[in-house]
Design a protein around this ligand. Structure first.
Ligand SMILES: NC(=O)c1ccc[n+]([C@@H]2O[C@H](COP(=O)([O-])OP(=O)(O)OC[C@H]3O[C@@H](n4cnc5c(N)ncnc54)[C@H](OP(=O)(O)O)[C@@H]3O)[C@@H](O)[C@H]2O)c1
Length: 261
C-alpha cells in the first residue's frame, strides 16, 4: 500500500481508503455484518488506514462497526465521518440558510452521537455531509467546529461537496476559514474538479478525499463490504497510478452532466 499526505492535516493516509456507506446497510441492500467486519479487518491487514463513514449510514450502524474495528486493532486507523444536514436535504439547495442545515447545536449533538457510536474520544476528520459556498461567513457552525476542536472531540474538519458541483467549495477554500479537507467525486467521466477545485486545494494545501474515484489525490474511498473487493481495491494502491498516455486518452471520456438537474 502506498501512502500520501492528507493536505495540511499532515496525516499520512493510505492511497486507497474504505468507503463505509454500504456496510451501514441503509441505501444499499445485501451487506452482512459478518462479511463487513471481515472486509474491514482485511483492509487493515493490507495496509489501509483511512475509513470514510457517516452518522447517516445506517443511523450509526456503519460508525459502530468501524468503532469495533478500531478497538480490535492496534494499528493507527484514521476515521472520517459526516454530520447530516438538519433539514435532511441532499444535496444542499441554493437559497437555504445554514441555520436550517448546520446550526451549532446540531453540529455538536451529531458529533457527540458519532463519538458514542465509535466509542472513541476523538474523530480524526469531521465533515458536513453536504455543502454550499453560500454558507461561508454565515451562521454559528464555525464556532461549534472551533469549540469541538478545542475540546479535542475532533481534530480536522472538512466538507463533502455536492455531486458534480466541484466549484461549490472554492470560496470556502480561498477564504481559508476551514481548510483541512474536501471530499469530491473525481473519476473518468467527472473530470471537472481539475478545472478549479484541485488547483485551489493545491494552493491552500487542502486534503482531497475522492469518492466514486478513478485517480487518487490524497486518498480514494471505494465503497467496500466484501473481502474480495477489499483485496482487489487495495492492490491498486501501489503508488504508480495509470501511465501518462492512458490518462491523456481518458480525457476524451469527460462527460459533463448533473444527476440532479
Ligand atoms: N455525499 C457524500 O458525502 C457521499 C456520497 C456518496 C458516497 N460517499 C462515500 O464514498 C464512498 C464511495 O462511494 P461509491 O459510490 O464509490 O461506493 P459505494 O456506493 O459505497 O459502493 C460501491 C460498491 O461497488 C462495489 N465494488 C467495490 N469495489 C469493487 C471492485 N473492485 N469490483 C467490483 N465492484 C466493486 C461494491 O459492491 P458489492 O459490495 O455489491 O460487490 C461496493 O459496495 C462511500 O462508501 C461513502 O463513504 C460520500
Amino acid at each position: 500500500m502506498n501512502y500520501r499526505i492528507l493536505g495540511k492535516t499532515g496525516l499520512t493516509v493510505s492511497e486507497v481508503g474504505f468507503g463505509a456507506w454500504g456496510i451501514g446497510k441503509s441505501g444499499w441492500i445485501g451487506a452482512s455484518d459478518d462479511e463487513s467486519v471481515k472486509a474491514l479487518h482485511r483492509s487493515i491487514d493490507l495496509g489501509l488506514n483511512f475509513i470514510d463513514t457517516a452518522l447517516g449510514y445506517g443511523d450509526g450502524h456503519s460508525e459502530r462497526l468501524v468503532g469495533r474495528l478500531s478497538k480490535e486493532r492496534s494499528e493507527t486507523i484514521y476515521v472520517a465521518t459526516k454530520i447530516p444536514p438538519k433539514n435532511g436535504q441532499w444535496p444542499a439547495q441554493s437559497g437555504v440558510s445554514v441555520a436550517e442545515t448546520f446550526p451549532a447545536e446540531h453540529v455538536i449533538a451529531c458529533t457527540e452521537e458519532s463519538l458514542k457510536n465509535f466509542g472513541l474520544e476523538t474523530i480524526d476528520v469531521q465533515q458536513f455531509h453536504v455543502w454550499s459556498d453560500e454558507w461561508v461567513n454565515h451562521g454559528d457552525w464555525l464556532d461549534a467546529i472551533q469549540k469541538l476542536k478545542q475540546q479535542g472531540k475532533l481534530k480536522y474538519f472538512g466538507v463533502s461537496i455536492n455531486d458534480f458541483q466541484p466549484e461549490n467549495a472554492i470560496k470556502l477554500i480561498e477564504t481559508g476559514v476551514v481548510d483541512d479537507t474536501v471530499q469530491v467525486i473525481y473519476n473518468i467521466f467527472e473530470q471537472s474538479p481539475e478545472d478549479q477545485l484541485l488547483p485551489a486545494c493545491e494552493r491552500h494545501q487542502v486534503g482531497v478525499i475522492v469518492r466514486v474515484a478513478y485517480s487518487a489525490v490524497s486518498t480514494v474511498i471505494p465503497g467496500m463490504r466484501s473481502v474480495r473487493n477489499v483485496e482487489r481495491n487495495c492492490q491498486v494502491g501501489d503508488g504508480r497510478g495509470l501511465p501518462r498516455e492512458q490518462v491523456e486518452k481518458l480525457k476524451a471520456h469527460r462527460w459533463v452532466r448533473n444527476f440532479y438537474e
